[in-house]
Ligand binder design. Structure first.
Ligand code: ADP
Ligand code: MG
Length: 628
């Protein structure tokens, strides 16, 4: 067997769990077999601690993609919590491990609720600021913390013969628990939501993921194991001072460990934590102290960023995947052949289609009143009034840049409304966050499809969350009723065979269909389709039309942006025309295509109906009916 083959055997399937298990057994046995390897035990327990912190960090910064550069603040918080309480009550600090975790949780939640509402770089800056602020605070609140004099934590009660062995086992147990916790998070809907946020936060919000809640909770969850470990760390050190406890260098080593091993993977941060601890220890011993350690760490960081941007484990598995792919024959995905494999489905929009209730006129499901939105001086949407009746397929057409996509963004909440009102199914929605609009039954697809490319097709389809429930977050990502429903929906769009494939490997048109199936998981009352037929082949266009008709018959309303005019005229009624951010015409297709303003602004003269009579086409037969 080649080396690579051996690695593959060890990292795939059941043996992927075997390697860590074996390693764990070896580490448990090590102090028993070598009870006098005191120094090695000391190094290893620091490796466990660093690995544990890197695994925790990975929950918010690897899974959700929000990088924290000050994560050691939770180690300091836990350590000071345990140390001060133990000193005050003169008891064993280990009693306060839960308190350490709680303090870290509360601190992360409070900070997260302030900064994680927003996107982008604010979070990174705040995490460092928090660390440095804690250093200063602890230094200055000396009545409580003894400032720079530090805290003397009660000494270990066990016989000094055992030295560090109890700490060794405590950190090893905490590491195992943290890996288990991270693995569980990754498996749940919460974990899938975090990956979705990392890949495309707007899209995640559009499919019902409460991104603020998820991010705050991820930050808090990533703080807890470190806070707990901090208490043990205080006991281990037996003396705390602000600079040492809230150390920026520790934060940097956490980040380096995760980046080196593979950010976003489960085992990468563990591997990285071990390697970084051992390398810095070697630098300490042979290089002469802190300076050389900084040099080695800095150099390592540069090398990782340059040559292993995704980390060691992802690099290995990518290599293995390439090998496997080369060895396999690739199944040719014949789109015409796939087209026949569609199976019908029953969708359940959350309200009965009002238009089909006898004796009732259609009710407006979506009502846009005076909507406006500017970008700088450009009025992209300029006072739009538009209604979509329940049960209708309404078209929104207009030249490029006329504001169609922007209007969609305003309706779904991806952009904030400048002025005006938007009502959906009797609720004013223009101030609601995107996920709440999704929970009301408003779904959308994107002009350029936005699937989560690192997930499989099936994972993509189960990702949407139709309600806001907390319990939902803890459920397995792909399981039970939802997984079954997702498979049905994939069959419905004719892509049942592709469930296990990476979403990014499908053709563009297939991705559009998957995105539609994804939206259907929300049990929407209405779907906004942004250019559903744009850039896809005629077979798939036909299928798309068939699917839209099918869903509409079952009560789902559509608002469709599309440039394929024959398709629009065939499928949609009514049609609204947007030009320079304003609705210039609205009505049945026959009227709109004859409107001079529409012809001038968008359609051009070739779309003038063959019948020269503009407006409602009244034939003698009609007149006689009216007359009679
Ligand atoms: P359509 O979908 O009808 O082609 P869009 O809604 O995408 O048009 O764009 C309408 C106008 O608003 C265009 O002039 C476009 O350049 C501008 N626009 C859209 N989004 C933004 C944005 N995020 N920032 C600045 N300008 C934008
Ligand atoms: Mg557009």
């Amino acid at each position: 067997m080649t080396t690579l083959g051996r690695i593959r055997a060890l990292t795939s399937g059941r043996s992927g769990r075997l390697v860590p298990l074996l390693l764990f057994v070896v580490l448990v046995g090590y102090p028993v077999v070598f009870p006098f390897a005191i120094y090695e035990q000391g190094v290893l327990l620091l490796a466990f601690l660093l690995a544990l912190m890197a695994v925790s960090w990975n929950i918010v910064s690897g899974f959700a993609g929000y990088v924290s550069l000050g994560h050691s603040v939770f180690l300091g918080l836990g350590a000071y919590t345990g140390g001060l309480l133990a000193e005050h009550f003169q008891v064993n600090p280990l009693w306060f491990m839960p308190v350490g975790g709680l303090v870290a949780f509360v601190a992360a939640t409070l900070v997260g609720m302030v900064v994680l509402r927003a996107r982008g770089h604010a979070f990174v800056i705040i995490t460092i600021a928090l660390l440095l602020a804690m250093q200063v605070l602890v230094n200055n609140f000396s009545q409580v913390t003894h400032g720079s004099n530090g805290v003397n934590v009660p000494l270990p009660t066990w016989s000094s013969d055992y030295q560090n062995m109890p700490f060794y086992y405590m950190f090893l147990a905490l590491l195992a628990a943290t890996v288990g916790f991270a693995a569980w998070v990754r498996r749940t809907k919460f974990g899938t939501g975090l990956l979705a946020i990392r890949e495309d936060e707007d899209k995640a919000a559009a499919i019902g993921v409460n991104t603020t809640r998820y991010k705050v909770l991820a930050y808090a969850a990533s703080a807890v194991p470190i806070g707990v470990a901090g208490v043990v760390y205080a006991y281990f050190l037996s003396f705390l001072n602000p600079i040492g406890a809230f150390s920026l260098l520790t934060s940097v080593t956490i980040v380096l460990s995760a980046l080196l091993g593979g950010r976003g993977t489960l085992w990468g941060p563990v591997l990285g934590g071990f390697v970084v601890t051992i390398v810095t220890e070697v630098a300490n011993v042979y290089g002469g102290g802190t300076d050389s350690r900084l040099l080695v760490l800095g150099l390592a960081l540069v090398l990782v960023v340059l040559f292993l941007p995704r980390g060691v484990l992802p690099a290995i598995s990518a290599r293995l995947a390439r090998r496997r792919a080369a060895a396999q024959t690739v199944e040719y995905t014949d789109q015409a052949g796939v087209a026949s494999a569609r199976t019908p489905i029953v969708v359940s929009p959350r309200s009965a289609p009002a238009a089909q209730t006898p004796g009732r006129t259609a009710a407006p499901l979506l009502e846009i009143r005076g909507a406006a939105r500017s970008f700088g001086g450009l009025r992209a949407v300029d006072g739009v009034d538009l209604t979509v009746e329940a049960g209708s397929i309404t078209a929104l057409i207009g030249p490029n840049g006329s504001g169609k996509t922007t209007l969609f963004n305003l309706v779904t909440g991806a952009m904030s409304l400048g002025s005006g009102e938007i009502w959906f199914d009797g609720t004013r929605i223009d101030q609601l966050p995107p996920w709440e609009r999704a929970h009301l039954g408003l779904g959308r697809t994107f002009q350029i499809t936005r699937l989560f490319k690192s997930m499989t097709v099936l994972e993509n389809v189960v990702a949407p969350l139709p309600t806001a429930g907390w319990g939902l977050m803890a459920k397995d990502a792909v399981s039970g009723h939802e997984a079954e429903r997702a498979r049905e929906l994939l069959d419905f769009v004719g892509l049942g065979r592709f469930g296990a494939q990476q979403a990014g490997s499908l053709s563009y048109g297939q991705q559009k269909l998957v995105e539609l199936a994804q939206v259907l998981m929300l049990e929407p009352k209405m779907i906004l389709l942004d250019e559903p037929a744009g850039g896809i082949n005629p077979t798939l266009i036909n299928r798309m039309v068939e699917i839209i008709r099918d869903l509409n018959r079952q009560g789902i309303a559509f608002l469709v942006v599309e440039h394929n005019i024959p398709l629009v005229l065939d499928l949609c009624d009514p049609v609204a025309v947007l030009s320079r951010g304003q609705v210039i015409a609205q009505g049945p297709p026959s009227i709109v295509r004859a409107d001079p303003a529409v012809l001038e602004a968008y359609l051009g003269p070739e779309w003038l109906p063959a019948d020269p009579v503009p407006g409602p086409v009244l034939k003698p037969a009609d007149l006689s009916v009216k007359g009679g």
